[in-house]
Ligand binder design. Structure first.
Ligand code: ADE
Length: 408
């Protein structure tokens, strides 16, 4: 553990607003697992997870991650697949890949020593301005404001900022205002208190102002009928919908799977061959075409296993699932593996692929023609998503074209 200065120091905080906020945080902060100390490794893992995942959802991932990789050295030594596997389901897998790359940097060139200060933290892969400021303030006691979406919302209400809080200019203005009373002796606690306030009280809609420690100095609470009206939310645009065909090729009780390229959407995860269904193309024709293009495999009759629906963070997809049997002599002409169902427990796969596996396992070996069955698979959006990369090239024989790419 590092001797940060953001824990409870007992030093007086000169500004009344900061004092009220910190007193509230000291009394109400949730006992989250990464808050037990100021260990830079645990704080870093937590901040990376929390960047796109809510606290209660992030918690079990954090616990599993640090149990499996208890130190930066352990993380650096781990194979990529083990890291992605622990992250499986949390979405935005680039976070896990960057964390892993950064651990190798710290454990290698850095000889196990973490960066110190915001600018040094920002040199690590996956550490942007927000995480760098959060870590520098919490772990190193550097007096910098960490501006995430929660903090931007709290500050916009506090100072009645009506500009677009997503813009860098407005965020810089809000950060500058907060910096005027950021307590030098507890900057990390101040930042965490703002995040906590945004998550528990100053929520996006229906903020519970009577419970807020700084309501008396909050301009939105004093001047607006509905303090939750700012920041204004842009109208939500419907997510694009994609239709895709996926082929589960069985050979001797194993399935052909391929690994997505390490970079990009769902990078490094394993999946079945497949791709977008072209306009006026039948799902089965798309399945055969994709299979041939990606693997060179030709299979006999395809049986349908129905449609699996999945919603990622920025699009939804109908996966038309087909199952075919390849002869024992089949040799796909692309990188991949014949995977035994029992091995799936150790391979990182995306949620959509997990749903396909459940579907075909549930259907047993007969794979009845179940047709569309949205009721069984249609659930809410996944816990996380994957960062929109605009790319999802496949590793198959064919260099994927923009039209056939399936951002699955
Ligand atoms: N969101 C991002 N970082 C956080 C933290 N340290 N505590 C609570 N919520 C957070």
């Amino acid at each position: 553990m590092r001797g940060g200065r953001s824990g409870r120091s007992g030093a007086p905080v000169s500004d009344r607003r900061a004092a009220l906020l910190l007193a509230w945080f000291d009394a109400h902060r949730r006992p989250l697992p990464w808050r037990a100390d100021l260990d830079p490794y645990r704080r870093w893992v937590a901040e990376v997870l929390l960047q796109q995942t809510r606290v209660e959802q992030a918690r079990p991932y954090f616990d599993r991650f640090v149990a499996q990789f208890p130190s930066v050295a352990a993380l650096a030594r781990a194979p990529r697949e083990a890291v992605l596997r622990v992250w499986q389901g949390a979405g935005y897998y680039a976070r896990a890949r960057h964390l892993h790359d950064a651990a190798r940097q710290v454990a290698g060139d850095g000889a196990g020593v973490f960066p110190r200060g915001r600018d040094a933290w920002a040199t690590l892969p996956g550490v942007g301005p927000y995480i760098a400021a959060a870590l520098a303030s919490q772990v190193d006691g550097e007096a910098v404001v960490a501006m995430d979406a929660n903090v931007a919302r709290v500050a916009s209400r506090w100072f009645l900022e009506t500009g677009d809080v997503r813009s860098a200019r407005v965020r810089a203005r809000l950060a500058a205002r907060l910096a005027t009373f950021l307590p030098r002796d507890r900057p990390g606690a101040f930042n965490e208190a703002l995040m906590e306030l945004g998550e528990t009280i100053c929520r996006p809609t229906a903020p519970s102002c009577p419970d807020c420690p700084v309501r008396r100095s909050c301009r939105a609470a004093r001047e607006l009928d509905d303090p939750g009206a700012i920041p204004r939310r842009p109208p939500s645009r419907p997510k694009p919908h994609v239709r895709a065909a996926v082929v589960v090729v069985e050979r001797g009780g194993r399935w052909w799977m391929q690994r997505r390229p390490d970079r990009g959407f769902l990078g490094g995860l394993w999946e079945f061959p497949g791709g977008k269904i072209e306009p006026r193309e039948s799902p089965e024709a798309a399945a055969r075409r994709e299979l041939a293009e990606e693997t060179g495999l030709r299979v006999g009759p395809l049986r349908t296993a129905g449609i699996v629906r999945h919603a990622y963070s920025h699009f939804s997809v109908d996966l038309h699932v087909f199952v075919g049997t390849a002869p024992a002599s089949a040799r796909p002409g692309s990188p991949g593996r014949w995977v035994a169902p029992g091995e799936l427990g150790s391979l990182p796969i995306a949620r959509g692929t997990g749903k396909i596996v459940s579907r075909i396992r549930g259907a047993g070996r007969a794979f009845p023609d179940s047709g569309s069955d949205p009721g069984r698979t249609r659930r809410g959006p996944p816990l996380g998503g994957e960062a929109r990369s605009g790319r999802s090239p496949r590793q198959g024989r064919r260099a994927s074209t923009a039209r056939s790419r399936v951002p699955r």
